[in-house]
Design a protein around this ligand. Structure first.
Ligand SMILES: [Zn+2]
Length: 461
């Protein structure tokens, strides 16, 4: 242990452990920040509805649709999104994030693609994204026929003239007008909140999702190349409808998908959304899903994951597949109260994370988890790297069987804790960083790297 490490030894008696276990994790109202409560309350159903109606008015936002009209097609749509976000606050730096994409796969001709992004600079360059995709697609039979295995033979056929704009009707109000409207509304409430965030926030409308997560992948690749520190991505795709096509209605929950393994940063981010979204919006239940996405479906968060970034995907509680990738994906399929609740969960989670210090690193310089059994040989001895701006840390643990943290304990401004007689092989441990006002990062868990393949030599080899 380095000489500078500050240690705290905690005498955890069996009785205290028991008490900690009985304490409900979601009932610590004292942790709430009134400024975040106010920001969450600023989410407007009316504004979300107006944005969706405007997005619908472009008829299509297909990435291969017209760019010359001032009122129809993707060119008009992206300019409107740009101007709308720009109007919210001089603090927002709005830009097109532009790429020249060559003909490939579902892209039938070379095309210029533009993400629309609004940056709200924070005190540090680390970035937190709230995103949706503004492009749309509609096919004969839509997703409903595709799911039922009854898609007509020509549904995915290439257009007769690959160079002509693809201007067939594709309103995409829920897929993904809903996520786009949510991201735009977040740009408004964050930039007008008056809060000085530590992290830089980015409100992003991605392009080219329907052709294979292209806008998200290109942006993530650019971030890798330019060493832009993306800490977390909250991607929203199909989050505005609460009526399943099978008649089941659920307006009180939202699903959050994250790639594994179970203590990956993306999974930790999903738990964070459940914890902090649940505290600020207790009327809405966050349901984390231990998988990257739904079967056979994709979303932009996975493009960020592919390039090594932490990202989760928000998905509505019940889907109506007959209104996806279909001309029937119209405004009447939206529940504004439901979409607003999902926006509030995003707002609470992103604001908390953006005010907190970055999550601590828990590995030693060799990349091994900084957890030992010292000093007795039977203790849990946890070390982490001090997080800039942190004034305290919170330790979490659970039995090594189960998805949710069972215990937590706040410790001071130290970078080492010893929990006597806690068998490290039987628990998962993690640590989060706190600022002076109790804003908490997501948890970094102590995880062993995968065991390498060890070949055994035999005679004759
Ligand atoms: Zn989508």
């Amino acid at each position: 242990m380095p000489a500078t490490t500050r240690t705290m030894t905690v005498m955890v008696s069996a009785g205290l452990l028991c008490l900690a276990g009985m304490r409900p994790l979601s009932a610590q109202q004292g942790d709430l920040d009134p400024r975040i409560t106010k920001l969450v309350a600023a989410v407007s159903e009316e504004r979300l509805g107006a944005i969706l109606k405007k997005l619908e008015s472009f008829d299509t936002r297909n990435s291969l649709s017209s760019t010359t009209s001032a009122t129809k097609g993707i060119g008009a749509a992206r300019q409107w999104i740009f101007d709308e976000m720009k109007s919210y606050s001089p603090k927002l730096q709005v830009s097109f994030d532009t790429y020249q994409v060559l003909k490939q796969g579902r892209i039938t001709r070379d095309v210029e693609m533009r993400n629309v992004m609004a940056i709200l600079p924070g005190r540090s360059p680390r970035r937190i994204y709230i995103s949706g995709h503004y492009d749309t697609v509609a096919r004969e039979g839509g997703q409903g026929a595709s799911n039922a295995g009854t898609a007509p033979a020509g549904a995915n056929a290439a257009p007769a003239d690959p160079n002509a704009p693809l201007d067939n009707l594709a309103p995409g109000v829920n897929d993904d007008g809903s996520g786009t409207a949510l991201a735009i509304e977040m740009a408004r409430v964050f930039s007008q909140s008056g809060i000085d965030f530590d992290a830089t926030l980015v409100f992003m409308a991605h392009v080219g999702e329907e052709q294979g997560l292209m806008g998200a992948w290109l942006h993530a690749k650019r971030a890798v190349d330019q060493k832009i520190p993306i800490e977390a991505v909250f991607n929203n795709d199909i989050v505005g409808n609460d009526r399943g096509g099978n008649g089941i209605v659920d307006g009180a929950t939202i699903r959050v998908y994250s790639e594994g393994p179970e203590d990956s940063p993306s999974r930790a981010l999903a738990r964070f959304v459940q914890r902090w979204g649940g505290r600020y919006v207790p009327s809405h239940k966050v349901r984390p899903m231990s998988r990257p996405d739904r079967f056979g479906r994709g979303g932009d968060h996975s493009a960020y994951n592919q390039l090594g970034f932490t990202a989760v995907g928000f998905r509505e509680s019940r889907e109506n597949f007959t209104k996806q990738h279909d001309v029937r994906d119209t405004y009447d399929g939206i529940s504004l109260p439901y979409l607003a609740q999902n926006a509030r969960v995003n707002a609470a989670s992103a604001a908390t994370l953006a005010l907190a210090p970055p999550p601590p690193a828990v590995t030693n310089p060799r990349g091994q988890p900084a957890i030992t059994r010292a000093p007795s040989g039977y203790d849990a001895n946890l070390t982490w790297v001090a997080s800039p701006g942190a004034t305290a840390y919170r330790i979490f643990w659970r039995e090594a069987w189960g998805p949710d943290w069972q215990h937590e304990m706040t410790v001071g401004n130290v970078t080492n804790v010893v929990l006597p007689n806690m068998q490290i092989d039987d628990f998962v441990f993690g640590v989060a960083a706190l600022d002076a006002n109790g804003h908490e990062s997501f948890v970094t868990a102590y995880v062993s790297p995968p065991r390498g393949d060890s070949a055994v030599k035999t005679k004759g080899q």
